[in-house]
Ligand binder design. Structure first.
Ligand SMILES: [Zn+2]
Length: 241
């Protein structure tokens, strides 16, 4: 190699080294910028994310399964256009809202005008199963009665299946009684009712009144159903406190 060529080679080497150093520096700067940028971004993102998490992780004191009887094609008892399936849903939503305020989680067997299954027994079993699925403390089913032989029968009834359920039935019926809308027909044996019988927790079924008699007046009144729902929730809360 000639001296000239050597010099040229040396210069090329220097340029190469300088280029590598510059590239390395640029790469280093790029890396640090993206690292810091990433940190800032993840910090910004983490703020709203943890707020959402805190909301979903709300600690409830207990869970109660609320079951509005019937739904869909199964309208239940009716008087004209007043259907049991709608009365039960309105009341259950009022119970649930009142429970939520007391930090008790309501789990609804249905929230829309739909049955859980077209087969009645399967439908009732699916409702009962929800107590186990949600590790519930209580199960409360809401219904409305009718009596085709007379239009004079009035009053609400609470069905129970065992001693533990009776305690709940008592606190609930005492609270409904306070409203003075109708007479208390007392606790009834509900041990053969599928939603109670196949339930794993203390369970009651409330018949709010007789749709064809004088009870029609409050059963057809949404504000009254709201109050009945709140009364039932008080009976539940009393035992959870
Ligand atoms: Zn019913």
């Amino acid at each position: 190699m000639s001296k000239k060529k050597k010099k040229l080679k040396l210069r090329v080497d220097r340029v190469m080294i300088a280029a590598v150093v510059v590239l390395a520096l640029l790469f280093g700067i790029y890396k640090s910028v993206s690292y810091v940028g990433g940190k800032i971004l993840s910090f910004l993102n983490s703020t709203p994310h943890s707020v959402v998490e805190a909301k979903t992780e709300k600690k409830y004191r207990a869970t109660v399964v609320l079951d509005p009887g019937h739904g869909g094609l199964d309208v239940g008892a009716n008087s004209g256009k007043l259907y049991e399936k709608n009365i039960s849903l309105t009341t259950v939503k009022a119970i649930g809202e009142a429970l939520e305020k007391e930090n008790i989680k309501p789990v609804y067997t249905r929230t829309t005008d739909e049955a859980l299954h077209e087969d009645k027994t399967t439908d009732l079993n699916m409702r009962a199963q929800m107590s186990l699925d949600h590790s519930a403390t209580y199960f409360v089913s809401i219904h409305v009665n009718d009596f085709d032989k007379s239009n004079d029968v009035t009053g609400f009834e609470v069905y129970t299946k065992d001693k533990e359920s009776e305690t709940l039935a008592n606190t609930i019926s005492q609270q409904i009684e306070k409203l003075n809308y109708s007479q208390n027909r007392g606790l009834q044996d509900g041990s053969s009712l599928v939603v109670l019988k196949n339930n794993t927790v203390p369970s009651v079924l409330v018949e709010l009144g007789y749709i064809n008699g004088p009870d029609y007046k409050y059963l057809n009144d949404e504000a009254k159903l709201q109050q009945i729902g709140e009364a039932i929730s008080k009976g539940i809360i009393e035992l959870i406190k």
